[in-house]
Design a protein around this ligand. Structure first.
Ligand code: NAD
Length: 540
């Protein structure tokens, strides 16, 4: 075909309601039943071949930890070397595919996901990662389809960004992929991030090795099948689940490592950065390091705040998906004049949140992801109960009988520097600090400095002057900042996502900014009629 085709302008995938009697509800219930009734075998996929290795792990359901959903094969080092070699061999062909042909693969994947695969992807996210139907829908169906469509659109815009030319000279920028492979390491908590981190570099012609999180493997494996069905050539994204440290050791030791696309916790990103630094002399080029990491996200209420809006934002922001969103609200600052109302309303609303198996559509809070998370959160609650500086206002209990259940919990502390106000717990625990109304200035300093992170934050105020002062003083306190809204729920194309400080490199997933990290531009100058005399006039 000889044509320069315009990429369809993306729109955000509409969120389905799953209301009683709806077709999507019936389809989702059927898919949950089907996936829950089998033990899925998840292979390592290298060079287009599915490998069953002699090392496997069980993938279980957070809400029913005795329920094995899948058996996942782990990539041994020999296969990882094959995967790197295969990806490297595929790179030349893939980067020379026309952009339209590459784009078509990912646009088709988005359509398969939002169409025939939607119910299965949501069911896998509910069963495997413990999301409610609504949380699964906004993640596995909508956000992932958005990532695919918007990133293709941003890539097209990027390719159009060209330097000026002058008479007799034609200047161009050739957006080459990185030379080597990208290592994508994805977290458990968003199926969409699982799909986004390997596909974004691939859209731009890179080859990728994708190591998914064990606890998100069921949904991530389904998405890999979608990519194959959409026509992704076998070696472009190699699917290499495995033991994190072992996989990382092999991949970081290869001179062809060209980049790391990571989302997860801050300590793991530190390890990756150090691992690259230690091996810096051996790489063909400086690997690009992109990491979106932890947060201790704040909600700051001014005395002019609308209490009902604030309470709703706190309940949703802190407890949806059990507080396991990187953006979840985990510390709040409430003025003394509002505290008794806010406390009473929060206690009341938290008491209404149903905790249980999210396959039951009336449940709002499911189980936390695994035993490690459960034990960490249990320790926080035990310590809080024994600490005279902390009061437990709501929740505070946990139960690991059937699933990894932790109650939505509200703590209050009199110490604004207490670890409940500074450490990321990554669970349904919200800590509150009550400040004196006349200490607004001090509370702004506190919000800005209490934790090392700077991911998301929200201010609730109706007085404009409070919004103005907070905007200035909290400019570096959050990469995603909300005024009179909860601090979660960023939408691709609308609120590019990421934070600075200990929250990551702030390369803004879901925006054109992220794409710049996966290209190595070549400037080409072409001259129509080159000079044929080396002497300049001034020499005469
Ligand atoms: P995690 O750091 O435990 O794991 C993330 C990924 O890294 C997984 O694939 C895991 O297997 C892998 N990993 C673990 N140890 C490793 C090692 N030594 N070398 C290489 N890889 C290793 O994080 P998680 O529990 O999956 O996710 C929760 C964390 O992610 C939270 O801190 C949360 O704030 C953060 N997060 C941040 C964002 C963001 O955009 N900023 C988004 C989602 C999650």
């Amino acid at each position: 075909m000889s044509a320069i085709g315009n990429i369809p302008i993306p729109i955000n995938e509409p969120i389905l309601s799953y209301a009683p009697g709806s077709a999507e509800r019936a389809a989702l219930q059927a898919a949950i039943k089907e996936l829950a009734g089998v033990v899925t075998e998840i292979p390592v996929v290298v060079n287009g071949h599915e490998h069953h290795t002699n090392k496997t792990v069980a993938v279980t359901s957070p809400q029913r930890h005795q329920h094995r959903l899948a058996t996942a094969h782990q990539a041994p080092s020999t296969l990882l070397h094959d995967a790197i070699d295969g990806a490297a061999a595929a790179q030349h062909d893939w980067e020379h595919w026309s952009f339209a042909d590459r784009a078509a693969v990912f646009l088709k994947a988005a359509d398969l996901l939002s169409g025939p695969w939607r119910a299965r992807m949501n069911a896998a996210t509910i069963l495997g990662q413990g999301k409610t139907p609504h949380q699964a829908e906004i993640d596995a169906a909508c956000e992932l389809a958005d990532f695919l469509r918007f990133n293709v659109h941003y890539a097209e815009r990027l390719l159009h960004e060209q330097p000026i030319s002058v008479p007799g000279v034609w200047n161009r920028l050739d957006y080459r992929p990185l030379e080597g492979f990208v290592y994508a390491i994805t977290p458990f908590n968003f199926t969409a991030i699982g799909g986004n981190l390997p596909t974004t570099p691939a859209i731009l012609g890179n080859v990728v090795l994708w190591k998914p999180s064990t606890t998100a493997l069921l949904s991530n494996w389904l998405f890999y099948q979608i990519l194959r069905e959409a026509g992704l050539p076998p070696r472009v994204i190699q699917f290499v689940p495995g033991e994190s440290a072992a996989v990382t050791d092999v991949l970081l030791s290869d001179p062809r490592l060209a980049g790391i696309h990571f989302t997860g916790s801050t300590p793991v990103f530190h390890q990756l950065w150090k691992g690259v630094s230690e091996r810096l002399d051996q790489y063909h080029a400086y690997p690009r390091l992109v990491g979106e990491t932890g947060g201790k996200n704040f909600v700051l209420a001014h005395s002019s705040a609308d209490v009902e809006a604030l309470v709703t934002a706190l309940v949703r922001g802190a407890f949806e998906y059990q507080g396991q969103k990187c953006s979840a609200a985990s510390r709040c600052y409430i003025p003394r004049s509002l505290w008794s109302r806010v406390e009473a309303r929060l206690r009341e609303e938290i008491g209404k949140l149903k905790v249980g198996d999210p396959a039951d559509f009336s449940v709002f809070v499911g189980a936390v992801i695994d035993s490690r998370a459960f034990k960490r959160l249990e320790q926080v609650l035990v310590a809080a109960k024994a600490d005279p500086r902390v009061g437990v206002i709501a929740g505070g209990n946990c139960n690991a009988g059937e699933g990894w259940f932790v109650e939505p919990t509200l703590l209050e502390t009199s110490d604004p520097h207490h670890q409940v106000m500074s450490v990321e717990f990554f669970g349904p625990i919200l800590a509150a600090y009550v400040y004196e109304d006349n200490r607004w200035d001090d509370v702004l300093t506190l919000v800005d400095s209490a934790s090392p992170y700077a991911l998301t934050g929200a201010i609730f105020a109706q007085e404009r002057s409070a919004i103005v002062s907070a905007d200035r003083r909290l400019r570096h306190a959050a990469g995603n900042y909300y005024v009179n809204d909860k601090c979660t729920g960023a939408v691709v194309g609308q609120q590019p996502f990421g934070g600075a400080r200990a929250s990551g490199t702030n390369d803004k997933a879901g925006s054109i900014l992220n794409l710049y990290r996966w290209v190595s531009p070549r400037a080409i100058k072409e001259v129509g009629n080159p000079p044929k005399d080396w002497r300049y006039p001034y020499l005469e």
